[in-house]
Each structure stands twice: as structure tokens, then as C-alpha cells.
Design a protein around this ligand. Structure first.
Ligand code: DGY
Length: 381
């Protein structure tokens, strides 16, 4: 039974669009209604099940904006296509919840929302790193429980990260932004593991290192690890930023955790299944000096048994991109992906998406990930 609730905006619009959660801000809705869309927005907070989305797609639906909590595969893309659908946009940068092949097979353009999450997610990763290193959550709980009886020389000793080494697994936009924050803010050396070299990141850290040297300080360094093992052994903090696919699922398990330093910190603000959390629970229990900080979870929203009992683990409910500016920006990009495709515009092909956040966005869809196989022309070409 479909228990979700829906609110209809601009009921007289020509193109019916479904949006599976209410999104922050108002501009995204103005963009859609301004393009002649009728917009059906699901106002329920629970994640929609496939049957509920199928029912919402119904017999006439030109496009959809969906969430990372939904699996958009064969069944949903088929229903969307049968309903006359031409475009789907994820309200997320990650697209591991989409079966891209199913969308492409049905000539459905699939979009995502990159560029506006970068610094926001990197900042949350920094916050998690220090929350773990300095035992902020444990300390907060201690205070609230009224257990603070006075300063003590060894109360809640944590880890100093200044001048240590941060290991970045996946040096894409978010991983690189986090690496820069840790190098420039905390003078940490950077070691990264990535399919291809990242000369821009290396140069940025090198330039900062040269500046430090010019001030008589030791420089910071950045280098690409030859192997994951090398990064795990050498890093004081390991942060995960790779996409989730079959090659990265459980890339951090018992064996990898054993390679890490006894008092290292593991941070995951990427995707939950990158970490074998059952192995993480055992590792945290066996190594009280080890710390972990998670924004994402293997069985999200459920927690693997044992996670919530660990004192050396900090966790937050998948809020990496949760700032008003970012979430409103993501909504704008998702809406423009939809209207861009409805209006048969080209796909944007530049890394900087900021022009879409201004009052007169370019005449393009900001991010269509299957533009190439669908033969959608690229902006300016
Ligand atoms: C994304 O966009 O992939 C993020 O995980 C949302 O917070």
C-alpha cells in the first residue's frame, strides 16, 4: 500500500515531474514550474519503496528527481520510460544507487549534482577527524552526565594531528579538498591512493610547502602511494573518498585495518559499504587506541551490531553535504538537469558548475552522466 503523501505544485503544468522528497529552498521549484512542469513532491520523510515510486510515476511522468536512499534500476527506469520519461536526476553527487545502463538503454538522461558538495563534505570530514582525534563526543557525554570533577593531567588524552600524515583514498574533488584542508590547516603531509596521479593536488601542497620553507618552517609534502597497503601503514589518518562499486566494496576489512597504525583514525564520509563494519567493530574493540569516524553506514540507516557500543567511534547520520547552501544548490542543479533535458539543451562539460547558481544559468543541463552514450551534445561544441 502506498502510504506516502504527495503535494502537487502547478497542477496545470504540461510536463509531470515527480520529486521523491521535499527539497530545501524554493528556487528549484521555481525553475521547474517556470519551465511549465507540474511538480509532484513527496512530503513523507520515510524512504520510498520501489512500489511507492512505481505508483507515483504512474502513466504520465516526464522526469524524476530521486534520492540516494532509493534504488533506481531496471523496474523504475522501465516504468519511467513507459510513462514518457526522458530524464532522471539524483539529488546527490554519488550515483551508486542508479543502474546507469538501464537508464541509457531507455534513452533516459541521468543527472547528478556535483560541485556544490565539495567543500561542505570536506569540512564535515575534517570535523569528524578531529572529533575522533580529540574525543569530542566522549567528552560531551561525560559533561552531560555530570562526571566532570575538575581538570586532570590525563583526562581524555587524544591525538595531535599537526605535522602527521593524512592518507586519502580517492583523490577526486572531495578527497582533494579535504587533503588541502588538512595540509594547509594542520600542516599534515599528504599521501594519496588514486587510479591516476593528481598533479594539481601535488602542486598545491608543494607550493604551500615552499611557502613554509620560505618562512623557515619544515615544508609539507604530498605524494601518490604505490599501493593501498603503503598508504595504510604510513598514515595517521585514513579518509575514504572513492566511489562505491564492486571493486571498492569492503576495501577496508580486517586485513587492511590490521595494517593501520595502532592509534590511527579511519574516517568514512564516502559510502558505508566501503568498510566491512563487522571487522571494524572487532578492530575497535581489540585496539582501544584506534579511532573511527563515520558519516555513512554499511546497512544505512541501520547500524551493524556493536557499532553503537564503541567508545572509540564517532558517528553522524549521513550529513556530509548538509549545509543549507549545498542542499539548496543540489536542488537547483537537479531541477536544471530536468529542465535542461526537457528543453533539449546540451549538457554542461566543464568542472565549474557555479554559473548555474546565478540568476541566469547557462542554457545547458549542469551534469548529465550518460550524455556521451546518449549522444547528447556538449555545451559549446
Ligand atoms: C552525495 O551526494 O552523494 C552525498 O552522499 C549526499 O550527502
Amino acid at each position: 500500500m502506498n502510504r506516502s503523501e504527495w503535494k502537487i505544485h502547478h497542477a496545470e503544468g504540461d510536463h509531470r515531474i515527480i520529486v521523491t522528497k521535499a527539497l530545501p529552498g524554493t528556487r528549484w521549484l521555481e525553475i521547474l514550474t517556470g519551465a511549465g512542469c507540474r511538480v509532484d513532491v513527496c512530503t513523507s520523510e520515510t524512504a520510498l519503496k520501489e512500489g511507492e515510486i512505481l505508483q507515483a510515476v504512474g502513466r504520465r511522468c516526464v522526469g524524476a528527481i530521486g534520492q540516494l536512499t532509493e534504488t533506481w534500476g531496471e523496474a523504475l527506469f522501465d516504468a519511467l520510460s513507459q510513462a514518457g520519461g526522458r530524464v532522471y536526476s539524483n539529488y546527490a553527487v554519488g550515483i551508486n544507487n542508479l543502474d546507469l545502463e538501464s537508464a541509457t538503454k531507455r534513452a533516459i538522461a541521468a543527472g547528478n549534482t556535483p560541485g556544490v558538495l565539495t567543500e561542505t563534505t570536506a569540512e564535515l570530514t575534517v570535523a569528524l577527524t578531529f572529533a575522533a582525534a580529540r574525543r569530542i563526543v566522549e567528552g560531551d557525554r561525560f559533561m552531560r552526565e555530570g562526571r566532570f570533577e575538575g581538570w586532570l593531567p590525563s583526562l581524555f588524552l587524544g591525538e595531535l594531528l599537526w605535522r602527521k600524515t593524512v592518507g586519502i583514498i580517492g583523490a577526486g574533488r572531495i578527497g582533494s579538498a579535504y587533503a588541502r584542508m588538512m595540509a594547509e590547516g594542520h600542516k599534515m603531509d599528504v599521501i594519496y591512493f588514486n587510479r591516476s596521479p593528481k598533479p594539481d593536488l601535488e602542486q598545491t601542497v608543494r607550493d604551500y610547502g615552499a611557502y613554509l620553507a620560505s618562512q623557515g618552517e619544515a615544508p609539507v609534502t604530498c605524494r601518490r602511494a604505490g599501493t593501498l597497503e603503503e598508504l595504510l601503514k604510513q598514515s595517521d589518518v585514513v579518509s575514504l573518498h572513492v566511489v562505491l562499486d564492486e571493486s571498492t566494496r569492503h576495501m577496508i576489512g580486517r586485513e587492511q585495518l590490521e595494517l593501520m597504525k595502532e592509534n590511527a583514525i579511519l574516517v568514512n564520509a564516502g559510502r558505508g559499504p566501503l568498510v566491512d563494519e563487522t571487522a571494524l567493530v572487532s578492530h575497535c574493540r581489540e585496539h582501544p587506541g584506534f579511532k573511527a569516524a563515520l558519516d555513512v553506514f554499511e546497512d544505512e540507516p541501520d547500524l551493524k551490531p556493536g557499532l553503537s557500543d564503541l567508545f572509540n567511534l564517532v558517528m553522524v547520520p549521513h550529513i556530509g553535504s548538509a549545509t543549507r547552501w549545498t542542499r539548496e544548490g543540489m536542488a537547483v542543479l537537479a531541477a536544471l538537469n530536468v529542465t535542461g533535458m526537457i528543453r533539449r539543451m546540451p549538457a554542461w562539460n566543464r568542472p565549474d558548475i557555479s554559473p548555474f547558481l546565478g540568476v541566469s544559468p547557462p542554457k545547458a543541463a549542469p551534469s548529465i552522466v550518460n550524455a556521451e552514450p546518449l549522444g547528447i551534445p556538449l555545451y559549446g561544441e
